[in-house]
Every structure is written in structure tokens, then in C-alpha cells.
Design a protein around this ligand. Structure first.
Ligand SMILES: C[S@@+](CC[C@H](N)C(=O)[O-])C[C@H]1O[C@@H](n2cnc3c(N)ncnc32)[C@H](O)[C@@H]1O
Length: 330
């Protein structure tokens, strides 16, 4: 995919009345996910510039005129600094656009609002992320959310864990029954199911509906879903000491999590020689204490690290390091 970095001065000036086609083309090509992992399915329609649009661009936006003749569906434009794009998007939403036909005008307003939400880190609009891991392709619907519901988006941590699972599946010799804590959008469950395992994915009530939707989207029927709140495990239907494998990805991001997650491991992992815990954490600067605490608590349960794997990858906010530990009973 080509990603061209633009300057905000390259964008059409509304006072010069760009056509609806020019504005739609510019809006569709703005990539709000330049920093993320995977690709997003977009619903762009093919927009073709006519000679008068090309003339207008040559007169008013020479940089775009140079870029756009070669435009195809894979073209994407981004900005060094997201703040640069906001005045342009705001002016589109605020303008009457009365020189543009109603149908295009509505589309421009809709697209501008969506892009504004996407650039504004406090909220994200609905999207479908597509990940290719080895030969597997996974589609994950991520509904618009407001960062109170972190499980409605996929985190780089589960992507890294799945890369490891796909490449080392045979050697890990994971045994069923398998439980995942804090499954989010379901990536780990979908990948393990595609590798032939059955498992139980769990999360908080507001997250599990979308989790189920993603299992259906990927035609996966080996995965069961259940609510499991780590603060109230008695309320779940999962039997104590019933799981041979537990997977946890990016679930340590508050001071209460180390204790809660280690309690879930103590409660649900079988006390057998081939029981395994796979604990994947991103190495975020602000969470050194929580990471050390969870690793310490897990070892105090009587589990020991059988293997450790450090990887570099992406989260939606840029590059990150990730740590995976596979534990077994001492
Ligand atoms: C950062 S997300 C990671 C999601 C997914 N594992 C991934 O890596 O993409 C953390 C997940 O933990 C879940 N979670 C947080 N607190 C929880 C709790 N008390 N009980 C159960 N799940 C919880 C969230 O709902 C969310 O799905």
C-alpha cells in the first residue's frame, strides 16, 4: 500500500469551491490508521476526476494534481501530525457546501465526521480489521468505542501472541480444555480454532456480544463464549481447576490486574504436569510495577517459566515490545 505524507496546505481550500468529486477523493484517501497493525476494509467507492477537476487541481492544489492522476484504490494519504487535518475536516462539516449536489454533499459531511472521530483519539468509529497470520486470514469487527471498553478493539499483544502460536503450535503441545481470559475481539480464539483447537473465550458482559459476532464472521464454531468477570468468578459457569491451558493477552494495565489475573490462574488451571499458562504482555513504560507484580505472583503460585519470547511489533499507537511467557507447574 502506498502511503503519501501530505501537508495541510496541500488540501483544497473551500473558498475556491472544489467540486464534490475532488473533496470525496481527498477524504477517501485520508488514512487514519497509518500507525496500526493489519489493514482495514474500507467502503470507498471509485471516484473518477473529470478534466475540469484536473484543471481545478492544477490551478489550486498542484501537489494533489501531481499525485491524483495515478490514484488507485490502494492509494492512501496521511499527515505527519493528525492535528493538521482537523481544521480541514471541521471546515467541511461546518460549510453549507451549497455549490455541491445534495447526494455528494451528504456523503462529504458523513465522511468528514467519521474521519474526525478517527483522528480524535478519544473515540473510534466502526471498522473491520483484517489480519494475515501465516496462511490464516482473520477479520475482526471493531465497533466504535470510547476507551471505556478496551475489549472492543484488537490489541497488538494478541496479534503477537497469534504470530507465535501459528509458528510454534506443534512444539507447544497445548492441551484442551483451553480458557482465554479477557478475549476482547476474539483474535486468539479464532486463530486457535483455525489451528484445530476448541476453547472457551471469556470477557466482561459489554464485550462478549462483539466477540460472538467475530467468531461467526470467521466461520469458527469450535469456540464457546462466556462472561467471566475476574472480580466475580463465582458468577461464571467455569468450573474451578478445569482448564489445562489458560491464555492471557494484554490484561495487565491497572494496579488491580496482577492480583486478579493470578487469582484466575490459581482458580481455573488444573494442577497437572502438562497444564500451561501463556501470558503475553506489552512492555509499556508506565506499567513496570504491574508486570513485575504479575510475574512474581504467578511464580508464587508454583508455576515456572518454561519459555520466554520477546518480540517487536505494532500496537495502534506505534511500535512496541512484547513479552510472552509460557508457564508450567514446578
Ligand atoms: C487491552 S484488552 C486486551 C484484549 C485482547 N486480549 C487483546 O489482546 O486484543 C483487555 C481485556 O481485558 C478485559 N478485562 C478487563 N478487566 C476485566 C475483568 N475484571 N474481567 C474480565 N475481563 C476483563 C477487557 O474487557 C478487555 O477485553
Amino acid at each position: 500500500m502506498t502511503l503519501t505524507l501530505l501537508h495541510h496546505l496541500d488540501l483544497p481550500n473551500l473558498r475556491r469551491k472544489p467540486s464534490g468529486t475532488v473533496l470525496l477523493l481527498v477524504l477517501q484517501s485520508l488514512d487514519t490508521n497509518a500507525n496500526s497493525f493489519g489493514e482495514y476494509r474500507t467502503r470507498n467507492s471509485r471516484v473518477v476526476l473529470d478534466p475540469s477537476d484536473l484543471y481545478w487541481l492544477a490551478e489550486n492544489c498542484p501537489t494533489l494534481r501531481l499525485i491524483y492522476p495515478d490514484l488507485d484504490e490502494s492509494f492512501r494519504a496521511s499527515f505527519h501530525d493528525a492535528a493538521q487535518i482537523m481544521p480541514f475536516l471541521t471546515s467541511l462539516v461546518a460549510s453549507s457546501l451549497d455549490w455541491i449536489a445534495e447526494e455528494d454533499r451528504e456523503l462529504i459531511w458523513e465522511l468528514s465526521s467519521t474521519k474526525m472521530s478517527d483522528y480524535n483519539s478519544g473515540f473510534r468509529s466502526d471498522r473491520t480489521r483484517v489480519l494475515r497470520i501465516g496462511t490464516l486470514e482473520v477479520e475482526l469487527f471493531e465497533p466504535g468505542f470510547d476507551f471505556d471498553h478496551l475489549g472492543l478493539k484488537t490489541w497488538g499483544s494478541s496479534h503477537q501472541l497469534c504470530n507465535y502460536l501459528v509458528n510454534h503450535f506443534g512444539g507447544l503441545e497445548l492441551k484442551e480444555p483451553v480458557l482465554e481470559l479477557g478475549s476482547g475481539t476474539g483474535l486468539v480464539g479464532i486463530v486457535l480454532a483455525k489451528l484445530g483447537m476448541s476453547l472457551l473465550c471469556t470477557d466482561l458482559p459489554p464485550i462478549v456480544e462483539n466477540l460472538r459476532k467475530n467468531l461467526d464472521l470467521n466461520g469458527v464454531d469450535r469456540v464457546k463464549v462466556s462472561t467471566l468477570d475476574w472480580t466475580d468468578p463465582e458468577a461464571s459457569s467455569v468450573e474451578p481447576h478445569s482448564m489445562s491451558t489458560i491464555l492471557v493477552s494484554d490484561c495487565i494495565y491497572s494496579s488491580s490486574h496482577p492480583k486478579l489475573v493470578s487469582e484466575m490462574v490459581a482458580r481455573f488451571l488444573k494442577n497437572e504436569r502438562d497444564s500451561r499458562l501463556l501470558l503475553q504482555v506489552p512492555i509499556r513504560k508506565g506499567f513496570v510495577k504491574e508486570r513485575d507484580e504479575v510475574w512474581g505472583l504467578i511464580e508464587r503460585l508454583g508455576l515456572r517459566v518454561l519459555l520466554e519470547h520477546v518480540s517487536n511489533g505494532k500496537d495502534d499507537f506505534g511500535e512496541s515490545e512484547f513479552n510472552l511467557r509460557c508457564y508450567g507447574w514446578k
